[in-house]
Design a protein around this ligand. Structure first.
Ligand SMILES: [Zn+2]
Length: 139
């Protein structure tokens, strides 16, 4: 299992733990969809409006983008691990131009980096399966 310290903290062979993780994933999924929806409307909204508006109306498009950006800001603020309220961040570094260091929200986090709770349903399912296999071979 690659010696992941957090992985051993969550016992996926327990039904109670599995249920708890599924709930965490489900709540986080809603927050994630809200962020994606917000970004989608910021970038695609103007194109859609431009294509379907009968009369070219820049004020409507600018207003729509403005509202969408506010929506995104709130969605990102609420984009947190349901268990411990840590924001999933991704860190990117580049040494090329004077050691740039970027921090942003992670679009597809697998697990919370603070409490180790699952944030991805797919990863949870995969690890439950892996745990089952390990139990079969281990005992
Ligand atoms: Zn957490």
């Amino acid at each position: 299992m690659g010696g992941n310290a957090m992985l051993s903290r969550i016992d996926l062979s327990s039904d109670e733990v599995k249920a708890e993780q599924s709930v965490n994933v489900a709540i986080f999924r809603k927050r994630q969809l809200r962020v994606w929806f917000g970004f989608g409307s910021v970038f695609l909204g103007p194109l859609v409006l431009d294509a379907f508006l009968v009369k070219q109306n820049d004020a409507v498009i600018v207003g729509f983008v403005f509202v969408s950006i506010i929506f995104v800001v709130f969605a990102v603020l609420l984009y947190k691990c349901p268990n411990c309220a840590t924001q999933p961040l991704s860190v990117s570094c580049s040494i090329a131009d004077e050691a740039r260091y970027n921090k942003g929200v992670h679009p597809l986090p697998v697990r919370c980096m603070t409490c180790g709770f699952y944030l991805s349903g797919r990863a949870l399912k995969k690890d439950i399966q892996r745990q089952k296999q390990a139990n079969l071979h281990g005992h």
